[in-house]
Design a protein around this ligand. Structure first.
Ligand SMILES: [Zn+2]
Ligand SMILES: [Zn+2]
Length: 235
């Protein structure tokens, strides 16, 4: 079937990445599949943490009330559940890196729903050992359409991940916080006023918060976060 799939995609390049139905728009997700995805519409207005569905007004989550994050806003397309988990895995582990373009188109739509006008995109940096192992940084790949269409640069050398942090999976919020502290550093000047951090999945938010603190320390005035999916916080 692999070869058949390849032939098909060569003949019909625009197919829904979920149901394979032919699509005419540049986003390779059909309307039905798009609507059935778990959109993160009801969420904390500051950090995009998914909230219970009954809430239909702007509200802050308990964690933001306790302590405001260093970033000024966060938007996440989806909740990290159902088909979105598969989509992110296919992207991250390189089976379907081609999905990055469609994801980037969807992220751009999400950003355009807001009034935010970042002057630079900062894909969350990977440590060089992880980059070598994976061969690409998925957050850079999902930034490309946004960068091209808004004519803003992707910053991928001024901020580096200097320490290879153990995988964050399985750690609670406190442990993640400790794990990530000092993991990034700025190695050249950041001539930006408003930076948009791009991430694949935002879980506790400690990684992007650490980056946001660093950016602000280095003179950036406004920092936002745009991610494919936001996971609910456990513990
Ligand atoms: Zn579909
Ligand atoms: Zn929040």
């Amino acid at each position: 079937m692999k070869l058949m799939d390849k032939l098909f995609s060569a003949l019909f390049p625009s197919r829904c990445i979920f149901c394979q139905q032919t699509v005419t728009q540049s986003i390779e997700v059909c309307t039905d599949c798009y609507q059935s995805l778990p959109h993160n519409d009801v969420c904390c207005e500051r950090c995009a943490l998914p909230l219970a569905d009954e809430i239909n007004h702007a509200v802050l989550c308990g964690r933001c009330i306790q302590k405001m994050p260093a970033f000024d806003y966060a938007h996440s397309l989806f909740r990290y559940e159902a088909d979105v988990i598969g989509l992110v895995h296919q992207l991250k582990f390189g089976e379907k890196i081609g999905h990055a373009r469609t994801i980037s188109e969807m992220l751009l739509m999400k950003l355009l729903e807001t009034d935010e006008q970042p002057d630079c995109l900062l894909p969350v940096p990977l440590h060089k050992s992880r980059l070598r192992q994976r061969g690409f940084n998925q957050s850079i790949e999902i930034s490309r359409v946004i960068s091209r269409k808004l004519a803003i640069p992707i910053e991928h050398s001024a901020v580096v991940r200097q320490r290879s942090t153990a995988a964050q999976t399985g750690l609670n919020a406190k442990q993640r916080q400790k794990n990530i502290r000092g993991a990034f550093s700025v190695v050249s000047k950041l001539p930006y006023r408003h930076v948009l951090i791009v991430d694949d999945v935002m879980t506790t938010g400690v990684t992007v918060n650490e980056l946001a603190m660093l950016l602000k320390k280095n003179g950036v005035k406004r920092v936002g976060v745009l991610s494919i999916a936001r996971a609910p916080v456990k513990a």
